[in-house]
Write a protein that binds this ligand. Structure first.
Ligand SMILES: O=C(O)CCC(=O)C(=O)O
Ligand SMILES: [Fe+2]
Length: 345
């Protein structure tokens, strides 16, 4: 049965936490999730990111497409995230960006691992948590299989089918057994992909706002496969504004940073990074207590609103701890701020 793998793993680990995915399992487990009814909006936007004709012409290679979205950008990403958390115990705030992968006919992706520290140079930092787990949810009934050449596992795309696996071994090193590839096929394929870390994480601004295509070479130096990355116009505006906010912040211009973050939040109201930076930009000025009323209460409530929204989506981790500290500090120093918020005022 399709569900067997998931059930077995959840039984092994009642709390259904990340630890359930013991790398010793050395197996890809399959499950089924309902792909959110909101999915079309997400996929529609992804079609903005058409593979670039120039790549095809110059390399003869059909690029696959990765449309990259933050977890708070589309209703579908939130619904899917909740299903995955429920089923697999992978909490949403441990996940990196979500991707819609689209493979036109004949597109493929060569064997690789998803580990970051596989890359040259990254080893000096030792094992990291990044991309500890990979979750795929297929959104098409055809297309190339996801294959694991070192274990012989082959997963056939089927709408709603979910495949997940650990990328790290017991020591937290990249596990070569997790090597996988997307086979070419005459049929197109759509699959939703998300990487998860072992610890809560705050993904950086969406750097795929500018469309780009990357190609990999085979052993003979020939182009083997290409992938075009892109993101939505909203993500582009939000990412640019957040990046500008970072620079202004570094210059000590908190007011300027706050303005940029407002722009980002107007496009992506629940974007974790922008929320916490906006709260800090106001808080960092340290002037809330010294403000005259009603400004003091107004500014304080704005910080509280940003932080509580952030904490709803990101309840644990180092940044959540900081957010909670800020909240209790504000509660102590500006009682009108937090008390009335708590009463819904
Ligand atoms: O499309 C697939 O089946 C796998 C994609 C993949 O491994 C990746 O994008 O890292
Ligand atoms: Fe991969």
């Amino acid at each position: 049965r399709e569900m067997a793998g998931v059930v077995a793993i959840l039984e092994k680990c009642e709390a259904a936490e990340m630890w359930c995915f013991d790398p010793a399992v050395k197996r890809v487990d399959e499950g089924v999730v309902t792909v959110a009814s909101a999915l079309p909006a997400w996929v529609d936007e992804a079609t903005l990111c058409a593979p670039q004709a120039v790549v095809r012409r110059e390399t003869g290679i059909e690029p696959s497409v990765s449309f990259v979205a933050s977890r708070d950008e589309f209703g579908a990403t939130r619904v899917l995230e909740a299903r995955i958390a429920e089923r697999l115990g992978l909490e949403g705030h441990r996940g990196l960006m979500q991707q819609v992968l689209y493979y036109p006919p004949n597109a493929s992706y060569p064997p690789h691992t998803d580990c970051r520290f596989d890359r040259a140079g990254a080893q000096v930092w030792g094992p990291v948590d990044e991309r500890a787990f990979t979750v795929l949810v297929y959104a098409s009934d055809g297309g190339g299989l996801t294959v694991f050449p070192k274990t012989g596992v082959r997963v056939r795309p089927k709408t709603g089918r979910l495949a997940f696996w650990a990328n790290l071994d017991d020591e937290g090193n990249c596990d070569p057994l997790s090597t996988h590839a997307a086979e070419p096929s005459a049929e197109p394929k759509i699959v939703l992909q998300r990487w998860y870390e072992r610890r809560p994480t705050l993904p950086p601004p969406n750097r795929h706002a500018k469309t780009s295509t990357r190609c990999g070479l085979d052993e003979d130096g020939r182009v083997e496969s290409c992938r075009t990355y892109c993101a939505s116009p909203n993500a582009a505006v939000a990412a640019e504004a957040t990046t500008r906010a970072f620079h202004l912040w570094e210059l000590g211009d908190y007011e300027g940073a706050e303005k940029e973050l407002e722009t980002a939040l107007a496009r992506q109201p629940r974007q974790a990074l922008a929320l916490v930076l906006a709260a800090q930009a106001i808080y960092a000025r340290g002037a809330i207590i010294d403000l005259p009323e009603p400004m003091r209460t107004h500014r304080c409530r704005l910080v509280v609103r940003h932080l509580t929204t952030f904490l709803e989506d990101n309840p644990t981790g180092a940044v959540a701890d900081e957010a909670n500290l800020m909240l209790s500090d504000l509660a102590a120093s500006v009682p009108t701020c937090v008390e009335e918020e708590a009463c819904g005022g």
